[in-house]
Write a protein that binds this ligand. Structure first.
Ligand code: TNX
Length: 531
């Protein structure tokens, strides 16, 4: 090639780079190839949704409209040979689960997902492209994207016990998770301060256990003042939320807190707790908040609760907690002591393990698997199917993987979004002050002596939002959640080598915060708007 031609070629390609609009996608996709040109979205654009994901067709159409302002005509069926935007499930594409291919050409957009969730992940990328700051409204730049998640479990937990959040708030929360390609919503439905899930065979769990304050058995707590405070979801509500989430590619893992954090249970049914010779307190200062492990009838009660929960939630797992159990309570309970003696146990962790072994059997009877907080590994082995959520720190997750359990990293020190984001802001402080940058820095598979097989057991990553301090207007939930969940989504999805704070921060501030605002999220800004 002549030198002058070479110069022209170099000049043209640099021009190309300059012309490539920033797409600012969060989480960062695996492979993006931008090309010259744009597809102009017609005012009555056709959207074709594969029959295999027809349950999501309404959602796809309305989310497209919300993001682009263009009302599409949605048809069920394959349309990839026609002009428009088509969403296809293609099990044969050579990508990991939940992966997708997206290509924009002059004919429009084709999104092919390995599964329905893959297609929905592609939808989110498309919507983010349409709402990138540098992309002209109503156009989609030519691009080819190949993308798939690093981890199969990308979750977020919301505590609806300490404060109650209504069905609509939960649906909004799920929408925002879907926008970040998260796939699991962990619904913390019960705790000391309120039982929020209707159980038909145990009606007082919600008639009494969902309310606190004057005239109620539960005392006021966590900012509910001297008013009667509470609420719960009916079974119809929960099924509705499950279907809503499913259409968005999100599975819901319900959590039923046992055997600790159960003050709401014993307020409704005192007989479930221990009859003790001495009152002891839980870490959070609660009394009478533990299920009696020595009371045989309790296992029948658990059977009916777990049966009803398993009927409402199709997800494989039921989370049965096991954190911060006030085991001292069992030491002062004659029935528990008798059980300990009978089984020949020397410490109360063994009693806790006895309890969970029985709970696991019940969970399995209803064709589910158990998930629990890392403390359930104390006192004995659990079934190899049990999923461990390591909250007390990364070492607990490493230990869990070393013992051979499938493990989710949810370290309080990085991914508890109830933690304050700076010295001057509201929130817990016990684990760390965690701003978005610190949250982003979390690496779920650290360099350590885990074997490749053990590393594979680290199945995913999760954040948690406990709600003790969320007693301000609901929007406080949003301030604590975003943009930290945006950071979490990238930890769960993007390749380790693509994680880069400066680059993430650029995409976030250039386009993504505006997207959050458009979704109506009252997120925490940079610098903080502080509360
Ligand atoms: C610990 S994390 C708890 C929760 C609290 C949270 C506050 C866990 C499994 N238990 O009950 O709400 O700290 O940060």
């Amino acid at each position: 090639m002549k030198k002058s031609m070479l110069l022209i070629a170099v000049f043209l390609s640099s021009l190309n780079i300059l012309q490539a609009q920033k797409l600012d996608i969060i989480p960062q996709p695996v492979k993006i190839e931008q090309k010259e040109g744009t597809f102009v979205i017609p005012s009555s654009v056709q959207i074709f949704v594969d029959k295999k994901i027809q349950n999501s067709a309404d959602y796809i159409g309305s989310d497209f409209f919300r993001n682009t302002g263009i009302k599409p005509i949605v048809t069920i069926g394959k349309g990839h040979k026609k002009e428009g935007i088509s969403f296809l499930v293609d099990e044969k594409i050579n990508l990991p689960n939940d992966g997708y291919e997206l290509s924009v050409t002059k004919k429009g957009v084709v999104i092919k997902g390995k599964s329905s969730n893959g297609v929905l992940n592609g939808l989110q990328t498309l919507l983010q492209i349409c709402t990138a700051k540098e992309v002209k409204k109503g156009t989609i730049p030519f691009v080819k994207i190949e993308d798939y998640p690093r981890f199969e479990w990308r979750g977020m937990m919301l505590d609806v016990s300490r404060q109650f959040f209504d069905k609509q708030t939960v649906k909004n929360y799920i929408d925002w998770l879907a926008a970040h390609k998260m796939n699991i919503f962990h619904w913390h439905l019960t705790d000391d301060n309120g039982w929020r899930a209707e159980i038909k065979s145990m009606p007082d769990l919600t008639l009494k256990g969902a309310w606190r304050g004057p005239g109620e058995v539960l005392l006021p707590s966590y900012g509910s003042g001297n008013k009667r405070y509470g609420g719960y979801y009916t079974q119809a509500d929960m099924k509705e939320v499950v279907a809503y989430a499913a259409a968005r590619g999100i599975s819901i893992m319900p959590e039923i807190e046992i055997p600790g954090h159960s003050r709401a249970v014993t307020a409704a049914y005192p007989e479930i707790g221990c009859v003790t010779t001495q009152e002891t307190k839980s870490v959070q200062g609660e009394v009478k908040n533990v299920w009696c492990v020595g009371r045989e009838e309790n296992y029948q009660i658990l059977d009916s609760i777990i049966r009803e929960v398993s009927e409402m939630f199709p997800f494989d797992y039921i989370h049965v907690a096991g954190d911060e159990v006030n085991r001292a309570n069992w030491e002062h309970c004659p029935k528990c002591k008798a059980l300990m003696e009978k089984e020949g146990y020397t410490d109360t962790f063994q009693l806790q393990n006895y309890f969970f072994k029985r709970v696991e059997k019940i969970v399995e009877k209803y064709h589910k698997k158990a998930a629990g907080w890392n403390e359930i590994l104390k006192g004995g082995e659990m079934s190899p199917n049990t999923e461990i959520l390591a909250w007390q720190g990364i070492n607990y997750g490493i230990e869990s993987a070393k013992k051979g359990y499938s493990t989710i990293m949810i370290p309080g020190q990085y991914l508890y979004f109830d933690m304050a984001q700076s010295e001057n802001e509201r929130g817990h402080r016990w684990a760390a002050i965690t701003d978005t940058k610190r949250a982003y820095s979390f690496e779920p598979i650290p360099d350590n002596d885990l074997t490749p097989e053990q590393q594979k057991l680290i199945r995913g990553v999760q954040g948690a939002l406990w709600s003790e301090y969320l007693d301000r207007p609901t929007r406080f939930v949003e301030y604590q959640s975003y943009p930290r969940i945006s950071a979490l989504s990238e930890i769960g999805w993007s390749k380790k080598e693509d994680k880069n704070w400066d680059n993430f921060y650029g995409r976030l501030t250039n386009s993504h915060l505006q997207r959050l605002a458009n979704m109506g999220i009252a997120f925490r800004d940079f610098p903080p708007t502080a509360i």
